[in-house]
Ligand binder design. Structure first.
Ligand code: RRO
Length: 312
């Protein structure tokens, strides 16, 4: 029997659980179109702000054999550009479109969500609570009270289903506290775990220098560096959240890591660093590796193993 990678969630049908992580191949219309034309099962835009932004000075992205460090600083075209894309997007392709929002303030997020609500489009917002790279702006997701207030305010202006992109958490007490905050918000229907591990530092031995320019070299880590942290966050939020979906992101560069994320409870998975390095061919490669793994294990559908991680 052939392996079936399709999934159905929030009324969306996807042929494959793989799509791009916000930030990669999604700043410009042409990049989004390339993801849509690939084997990806969905697509998401770059996090947007009210006004277009150039972002931080370059170099602001660097890859190593173990992953990546970035301090892009939210370069984007401004929300009307992405909303226009969402308005013109052909939803009949069967690939859901997610729009990532990362206002510079709660009021900016509310303004954008109100505008999105007015458009009544079939896309879904993922509100980014975890950008680590805007100098002087802490990640909202590390402030539980501010996150609770933000979710409450969002629900008042946007009564439709939405999701949030969370930073990684590293303490069991923090998983529990954040899950409580998230569970209190009814129309929050999915959480994406994880954004990059904020404020890492990669050092070049030869030049004895940081490798990126902004913030003295500090930036968000992605790729293999973050896989175990991402899996722990997916697993814990899958266990702790009531009737919400968890989308896995972090360290997926083959079918094996996609399988692990789903085994830990991810409904779908996003590809960041690997997509940046390899381009959209990564989707078909990872998809066929995931199919091979499932076939070898005798699994026919994602539901055969989703969330079924064994513990000792
Ligand atoms: O643009 C960025 O610097 C950036 C963002 Br908004 C984010 O959410 N995560 C990240 O690693 N980089």
């Amino acid at each position: 029997m052939a392996v079936d990678l399709s999934l159905s969630w929030l009324g969306l049908e996807m042929e494959s659980p793989l799509y791009n992580a916000s930030g990669v191949m999604c700043r410009l219309r042409e990049e989004l179109d390339a993801v849509a034309a690939s084997a990806a099962g969905a697509l998401i835009t770059k996090s947007c702000t009210l006004e277009a932004r150039e972002g931080n000075p370059e170099p602001r992205y660097f890859s190593t054999p173990m992953g990546s460090i970035n301090s892009m600083g939210l370069p984007n075209q401004g929300y009307p550009y992405y909303f226009q894309y969402a308005a013109e997007y052909d939803y009949s392709t069967g690939k859901p479109l997610f729009v990532s929002l990362s206002g510079m303030s709660l009021q900016d997020n509310l303004t954008m969500l109100q505008a999105l609500d007015d458009l009544q489009l079939p896309c879904l917002p993922e509100v980014n609570l975890s950008c680590p790279n805007v100098p002087g702006k802490p990640q909202l997701g590390y402030d539980f009270a501010a996150t609770a207030a933000a979710l409450c305010a969002i629900s008042r202006v946007y009564a439709r289903p939405f999701g949030v992109k969370l930073p990684p958490y590293f303490d069991v007490a923090h998983f529990t506290q954040m899950a409580e905050v998230l569970n209190a918000c009814e129309n929050l229907r999915f959480v994406t775990c994880i954004n990059s591990i904020g404020n890492g530092l990669v050092v070049d031995m030869d030049s004895e220098s940081a490798v990126i320019k902004p913030k003295g070299g500090l930036g968000g880590l992605g790729g293999a560096y973050v896989l175990p942290t991402a899996l722990a966050n997916v697993r814990e939020f899958s266990r702790l959240l009531d009737h919400k979906y968890v989308i896995g992101c972090g360290g997926i560069d083959s079918g094996a890591e996609a399988f692990m994320h789903i085994l830990c409870g991810a409904t779908a998975v996003q590809i960041g660093t690997c997509l940046h390095e390899e381009g959209v061919g990564a989707f078909s490669r990872i998809q066929s590796e995931l199919s091979d793994i499932m076939e070898a294990k005798g699994y026919h559908a994602l539901t055969d193993f989703r969330g079924k991680l064994k513990t000792l």
